[in-house]
Design a protein around this ligand. Sequence first.
Ligand SMILES: [Zn+2]
Length: 135
Amino acid sequence: MKYSGIGIFKHCFDDPKRITQFEERVVVTDASSPEEAERIILAEFEEYSTDGVEFLDTYEIKEIYEEESIVTEIACSIRIFAGTDEEYLSKYWHDQRPLSCESVGWQHVWFNKGNGKSGCYNCQEERDGELWKTA
Ligand SMILES: [Zn+2]
């Protein structure tokens, strides 16, 4: 049988200007029981947790029911939220990174985005030039 697992991870960085990132990670495994699936998936989550990545010991294991369909749901995350559709999308989807560090009081941390452009680890800004060299 197939099982999926969703785990919550935190990415911390040596550079204090880089803002912490939280990751919801989905994996799939074959196992003969839910207990074996949990053991396999938790071992993989521990293995993934190196170099500033911390597993927050929060997860969900689910058996995957393969149906006569070309699409199979492997995992989902359901939240209770009392606001409007727009408020939900703004909080949990579109705002995974702010448009700019300047709007939230953070500092840009530039990286080489290729083609002579710089991207920021913390926000969605992209600028011309090799700004990561001047940080
Ligand atoms: Zn930024």
